[in-house]
Structure formats: structure tokens, C-alpha cells
Design a protein around this ligand. Sequence first.
Ligand code: DHB
Ligand code: FE
Length: 286
Amino acid sequence: MAWIVGGIGTTHVPSIGKAIAEKKQNDPYWKPFFRGFDYVHYWLARMKPDVAVVFYNDHGLNFFLDKLPTFAIGAANEYRSEDEGWGIPVSRPIPGDAALSWHLINSLVADEFDVTTCQEMLIDHAVTIPMALMWPGPIWPVKIVPIEINTVQHPLPSLGRCLKLGRSIGRAIESYEQDLRVVIVGTGGLSHQLDGTRAGFINKEFDALCLDQIVGNPDMLAHYSIHDWVQLSGSQGVEFLNWMAMRGALTGRVTELNRNYHVPISNTAAATAVYDNQEGTKRQAA
Ligand code: DHB
Ligand code: FE
């Protein structure tokens, strides 16, 4: 059976790609951020996942405002990226696990999550930057299942809905016959606002509350409305929806293994966290 080894939350700011290309990881500006991935590398080397299920938001590369699914799931054997105009190198293609994707899609629809299925899907910086951060070497040793959540054009799904989506995915993964080790990734956030009069807005206190509560009490965070979230976390702080879905997919006893919080990276409060998932539901039942 497939096993959810744990979860990772990380920002996906595009300028990280430029810092990597220019080998600036040890520059004073970047060092405190990149050091936060030392533990991620150590943990991934031990957990050796086969697949990464990545919750992210598309920023206009594959979907645009004319057609923007609330939830979309990739069902391809390969995902390519393209130049998004950020001045960063275009990422290498990433292999997909289409068989697992279809299992998740079948389970989700049976569970009344009517997702958009994408047999071709371009992935943007919200997938490629986290991949480059998690596996800094020349090989990314996992296949991916990318799951897009609309954090861009209102109305957005609620925090509670994304938590439930994650829970549905978690149950689906654990009912998959193949012996796969699966890591769940949520990208984006934390607080940031890129546009309008509050551009540059960051809320350290609220970010700390989010990182504290997501571990043992994500349902508490699900009580915030999207409107409140924009006020407290900025118009792009709603990318935390991806973290909520990631947390929902962790079916077992969840503990925080590591946390790094660094302000700012570009306009964003950059958080990196690793979560253990002890004894998921299937294992408890076995
Ligand atoms: C930035 C943050 C994002 O989440 C993003 O998608 C693009 C840019 C930034 O802080 O520069
Ligand atoms: Fe973003």
C-alpha cells in the first residue's frame, strides 16, 4: 500500500530561481533562507519518497483568468514548464505518475470533489522552485502529481474546503495498492501582498499563529473567511490554501520536525516546514 511519509511546506518566490542560477545560496541576503532547507535535504534523504503530491496555485502559465478551475489535477506522465517572464532559467521537465493521478481523480470524484483533470498541464514556478529547493542536485528522484488550487481569482475555495480536499487525497493515497512512499508538498505563502496600496504587507504574528496551529489544530484555521485571510495575510497570503490541503493529506499523528521563517524574501514572508506523519489511518487499522 502507498504510505504518506510526511509533508513539506515552502514558499515559491520566483527570485529564488535566480539566486540558485547565480549560486547565491551563501550570500548574506539568501543564506538564512537556504539554510532552512538543510533539514529538508536530510529528511528527504532518509524518507526517500517515490512520489511528491504537490498542492500549488498556477499564476497564469497554464490557466488564466478566462478559465481557472477551483481544483485541477495533473494526469500526465511528464510536466513541462515555460518562460514565465521572471528572468529565471526554464525548469527541466518533471516525470508524472499518471496511474496514481487517475487513482486520486477516481477517489476524489467518488468523494464529491469534481476536479478538472489535465492530461497536459504546464507547471509554473509554484512547482519548479520548490522542486529545486527540495532536491538541489542534478536529479529530482521523484515523480509528481501536481494539484492546482485557485488562489488567484475570487471566489476562492475556503480554508476548510482545502483542508477537506487534502483529507480526501490522503485517504485516496492510502487506498492505493502500490507500495509507494509519498511526500505531500504545499507551496506558497506565507503572508505577502504584491499589488495595491498594501504591496509589501507582511504579518509576522499571524504567520506564527498559522505555523503553530497548522500542526495540531488546522480546523481552527479553517474558521477564518477568505476576506479575513486577505486582511490578515495579504492578497497573496491566501496561498496558504495550499498548505491547508497539504496538512489535510497528513492522515496520521502529525508533528513539526523543523521550521524556518525568514522575512523577507522578495516581498514574501518565507516559511519552510517539515511535518512527520506517524501511523496514518491505514496503518492504525492494520
Ligand atoms: C513573489 C511571491 C509569489 O508568491 C509569487 O508567486 C511571485 C512573486 C514575490 O514575493 O516576489
Ligand atoms: Fe505565488
